[in-house]
Design a protein around this ligand. Sequence first.
Ligand SMILES: *[C@@H]1O[C@H](CO)[C@@H](O)[C@H](O)[C@H]1NC(C)=O
Ligand SMILES: *[C@@H]1O[C@H](CO)[C@@H](O)[C@H](O)[C@H]1NC(C)=O
Ligand SMILES: *[C@@H]1O[C@H](CO)[C@@H](O)[C@H](O)[C@H]1NC(C)=O
Ligand SMILES: *[C@@H]1O[C@H](CO)[C@@H](O)[C@H](O)[C@H]1NC(C)=O
Ligand SMILES: *[C@@H]1O[C@H](CO)[C@@H](O)[C@H](O)[C@H]1NC(C)=O
Length: 346
Amino acid sequence: MTTSGPRACFILFFLHVVIFLSLLFYNSFLTHRALQSHPNSAHGDIRILVWHWPFGRSYSLDGNKCLKMYNISRCLLTDDRADFSAADVVVFHHYELSRGLSSVPLHLNRPTSQHWVWMSLEPPVNNVNLTQLNGLFNWTMSYRRDADISIPYGKTMLGGDNLSFPAAPNRSCFASWVVSKYKPHQTRAAFYQRLKKHVPIEVYGRWNKKPLPDKKLLPTISNCLFYLSFENSEKKDYISEKLWRNAFQAGAVPVVLGPNKATYEAMTPPHSFIHVADFNSPADLATYLKVLSVDRQAYEKYLEWHNTYRIKTYSDWRERLCQICVKYPSLPARKVYYNLDSWVNS
Ligand SMILES: *[C@@H]1O[C@H](CO)[C@@H](O)[C@H](O)[C@H]1NC(C)=O
Ligand SMILES: *[C@@H]1O[C@H](CO)[C@@H](O)[C@H](O)[C@H]1NC(C)=O
Ligand SMILES: *[C@@H]1O[C@H](CO)[C@@H](O)[C@H](O)[C@H]1NC(C)=O
Ligand SMILES: *[C@@H]1O[C@H](CO)[C@@H](O)[C@H](O)[C@H]1NC(C)=O
Ligand SMILES: *[C@@H]1O[C@H](CO)[C@@H](O)[C@H](O)[C@H]1NC(C)=O
């Protein structure tokens, strides 16, 4: 560019633009081809289209995420709606549909072998405006064990977890509870009000104007003997991160209020929780907790499972979506939720 001046400069610039654009087109051509190269999914990849991201937060899908991040092969995720007709599965997160922030593409020609998935990790009370969706979906995806694709907030796995937390006598807090949306009419609120008359409970979270930053959450709870894993909704199988993360990962013994005891027993490690329904009153529960707090052996029995089991939690929507491929071969080929409304509320 030393002698020929502005003209050469312009040509060079032009060349750069051309190269850049070619790369761009080639790249999108490759992505598109990847999605369309297996017309018969029975022998190829499973193509999953996320119609919209839950709560407006998108994740990168560049590269083969299911394989690279979770070692799940033949599973392609896309959020490009142009891939609709090539998708084997289209996933719709309920929140946006219910609020009119997104809608199902009834105007598009839906391939006969394509399955639509209704996805929500919310308890029934938060799944509003369901009747308009009756007869549209083939599969459900929720924390419930009877969903077609069941993605609970946590799972009990074999193999010790190697977590370390303060020994019982070193813990300076008896019990804690983190709550952001306290509503006096909730069962858990009434229970807390009666329980706190008998044992000290440290309360954190937005309700109490003592929010805990992520980094402080587990260390704070670890310092307590007990944690109140009280669900805001006592519905079938609804066990949230209040148990899986807050209590189990912190090594506090959870006092649980939520679905019935049989549900907890089926999903959690043995001898890992104290269910409020086992006691006639909050006062009786308090008596039991006080006994445990001074009987180190009996207390530590509730932590023994950490040697044999560990808890798996999901924090990334991509991991949940990749699970569709794991379940895919065993999902019912022909199914329609004519009454999604009553399924959700059952
Ligand atoms: C990935 O999955 C395959 C089976 O699908 C398995 O053989 C392999 O050991 C796994 N790799 C890792 C790193 O887990
Ligand atoms: C349910 O849908 C109606 C319209 O279809 C809308 O007016 C209403 O706001 C929706 N409910 C919620 C909680 O968004
Ligand atoms: C568990 O902890 C021990 C010692 O702290 C360590 O040697 C071992 O690698 C850990 N195991 C796992 C699975 O993290
Ligand atoms: C308990 O506290 C004592 C005294 O501060 C300390 O030496 C010990 O390492 C602690 N043990 C555990 C398991 O935290
Ligand atoms: C999926 O649901 C739609 C809508 O009800 C239905 O027309 C279609 O036959 C179903 N597909 C399969 C494979 O069951």
